[in-house]
Design a protein around this ligand. Structure first.
Ligand code: PLP
Length: 453
């Protein structure tokens, strides 16, 4: 390690608290310091190059060195580096971005509220839905339906919606009324059932839960079209149209959490379009700015908006908002980022390169520790397990973590989520990038399989 990065590492070990990190292990082992990025690659302080196979945190659509985003940020910094949007104040980039999102989104999701992060956005969804139902004179309609392994963030309400043990244990979550339904993972949870039987069982479970709780108490169903952070779980055929029909039948709002899926990840603009349903509320973030700036948006239907707006008229205000809601630099960067995605047809590229990636990854099914290879568009999960029974191999997460570490040595950054190794590369990937990524991952799996013998 060179002198500067050595002293940075020592300082980091002494002072930083890292998210999603074993703090004591970090004090011992120290950080991996990333110094710069170019295209689909990032470089560490030792000068090593990696393909960023997870696009940062499932989020860098346009790659790591897009000059147009830097220039958009600089232009906005010069013009108006900050202003808020409280109490009727407005500025050009947030006005234009709200209009752009309203035009892009499906259905009548014409009204847009900005936050800084996906977690804040999902917290805001909970508060908006509660605010709306109080206004409509149905204060008992407050519960949420979510899914085990769903990920909706980590703030108190959003973390409650998340269905992963690590986000609840010792945090006293869930702290809001939420029921977590079965994770729609056919291979893992539907062994012995056809895909159609599995879908029917999940829909029956959902309807039974609604009836047992009382439809008059259930406010909303929230889900990611394809689950990301829970291990890249693609839904079985017919699942989403079935859920949408149940929501309609029982007057339950359907919330699509598109924080990972949105803006082309699945080869369609939004994940709900890939799975044929139209939500009442949609949450986006990550690829909205390629994560160059922190920003998320909530889009709501005219019906939801009207109920909320009427109540603000009654109360005199909407008592909710963030200092940086619709931040001018973040919204200016988002507009430029969306323009790049359109001009370069990155959604089309995601569809084409996604097919190539999914086809090449299928070969990993020949590896003895691989149970399932799944994915759609440019997101994939390779799960360690026994192919025919979906049983785990060894203690939870150990082999997947070994693959992740071997991949890093091979020059590929990916992510291990419990027993799954996830890929979610930038939307700008080329055929050559895909081939290299899959080659590196294959070597990593081979080394782990050899070690596990
Ligand atoms: N929703 C989904 C689907 C996510 O994947 C994430 C983050 O990974 C979030 C919400 C939370 O977003 P943030 O980390 O910006 O709070």
């Amino acid at each position: 390690m060179n002198k500067i990065s050595n002293s940075l590492a020592i300082s980091d070990q002494a002072h930083s608290i890292h998210p999603y990190t074993n703090m004591r292990a970090h004090e011992r082992d120290g950080p991996m310091i990333i110094t710069h990025g170019k295209g689909v690659h990032v470089y560490d302080s030792e000068g090593r190059e990696y393909i960023e196979g997870l696009g940062g945190l499932w989020s860098v659509a346009v790659g790591f060195s897009e000059p147009r985003l830097r220039e958009a940020a600089m232009r906005q910094m010069d013009a108006l580096p900050y202003y808020h949007s409280f109490a009727h104040k407005a500025h050009e980039p947030s006005i234009k971005l709200a209009e752009k999102l309203a035009h892009m989104s499906p259905g009548d999701l014409n009204r847009v509220f900005f936050t800084n992060s996906g977690s804040e956005a999902n917290d805001t969804v909970v508060k908006m839905v509660w605010f709306m139902n109080n206004a409509l004179g149905r204060p008992e309609k407050k519960k949420f339906l979510a899914r085990l392994k769903g990920y909706h963030g980590i703030t108190v309400a959003a973390g409650s919606l998340t269905g992963l043990p690590a986000n609840h244990k010792d945090f006293d979550l869930p702290a809001i009324p939420v029921t977590h339904l079965t994770c729609p993972h056919h291979w893992k949870n539907g062994q012995g059932e056809s895909e159609a039987e599995f879908t029917a069982r999940l829909l029956k479970e959902t309807e039974d839960t609604i009836l047992a709780e009382g439809p008059e108490t259930i406010a909303a169903f929230i889900g990611e079209p394809v689950m990301g952070a829970g291990g890249v779980i693609t839904p079985p055929e017919g699942y989403w149209p079935g859920i949408a029909a149940l929501c309609k039948k029982y007057d339950i709002l359907l919330v699509a959490d598109e924080v990972i899926n949105g803006f082309g990840r699945l080869g369609t603009t939004f994940g709900c379009q890939r799975y044929d349903f139209t939500p009442d509320i949609m949450v986006v973030s990550k690829q909205l700015t390629s994560s160059y700036m922190p920003l998320a948006a909530i889009m709501v239907s005219e019906q939801v908006y009207d109920a909320i707006a009427d109540n603000t008229e009654k109360l005199g205000t909407f008592g909710h908002g963030y200092t940086a809601s619709g931040h001018p630099v973040a919204t200016a960067v988002a507009l430029e980022n969306l323009a790049i995605i359109e001009e370069r047809d990155l959604i089309g590229n995601a569809a084409r390169m996604g097919e190539l990636m999914q086809t090449q990854l299928k070969a990993l099914e020949g590896n003895p520790i691989v149970g399932e290879v799944r994915g759609v568009g440019l997101i994939a999960g390779i799960e360690v397990g026994k192919k025919d029974t979906a049983e785990a191999i060894g203690p939870m997460g150990v082999l997947a973590k070994s693959v992740y570490m071997n991949a890093q040595e091979e020059g590929l950054i990916c992510r291990n989520v419990y027993d799954t190794v996830a890929l979610c590369p930038p939307l700008i990937v080329t055929e050559d990038d895909i081939t290299q990524m899959v080659e590196r991952l294959t070597r990593a799996f081979d080394r782990t399989a050899e070690w596990a013998k």
